[in-house]
Design a protein around this ligand. Sequence first.
Ligand SMILES: [Zn+2]
Length: 258
Amino acid sequence: MRSVWLQDFSWQEIESFRDAGRGPILIPVGSVEQHGMHLPLGTDSMVAISLAEEAAKRSNAIVTPPLWFGWSPHHLALPGTISIRAEMLIEVMFDIVKSLATHGFTGFVVINGHRMVNIPWLQISAERAQRELDVRMAIFDPSYMSKELADELGFGEIGHAEEIETSHMLHVMPHLVRMDRARNHGPEETLHYHIDPRSSRDTLCYVPTTAKRLKEVSRVSGGTGGRPKLASSEKGKRLHEHLVDRLVEVIHEFQRKA
Ligand SMILES: [Zn+2]
């Protein structure tokens, strides 16, 4: 296989893939937002891209160009963060699916590297696409797809740029990780919500931190919530391989039902 990326092929090749039943279409989505002082701004997108690319190589799926931008208003306190409005995310995702549905593709798996923060908007978009376009969609979120392994690896709570993301990046993009700049901080106790899918505490009342609050906290934390110093490339490798395996399972399920 020459490539798994849609943008590397001609329209005739894409047409032949459709006629041969190749799919589903994978859509990596992330964010461009601050990830502490030790991880690059593109961390969430890079995680989604690496998972999509490797799973597609093993499964005959096709990957669209990544959607690098996510909804990150709370991270605008720190430079480099680019946030698109939630309604834009809903509309862009819908238009991507609508375009490819026009060409006869019917199965789509969104790989979300931006965790809880992107999920509500992706769900709204996916639900609308299924209802209006007669397509089948799934949202693959690494946090939710690695609960048991996260316990096994001894990962702490999900925070931001913590040991989970840092380990993953140490495996997929080691040259972009600056462990000498990693700083542990928190995660802070909250009374009314928790973003860790492994936690039994209330996850319904989700309120992302504000830019004002983040600005105050980042003087101490550097933008991190959690313990990135506990990260290792070995844990990242296990996490990554587990997630690729699970994504391949999801893809195979789509192929069986196509
Ligand atoms: Zn992240």
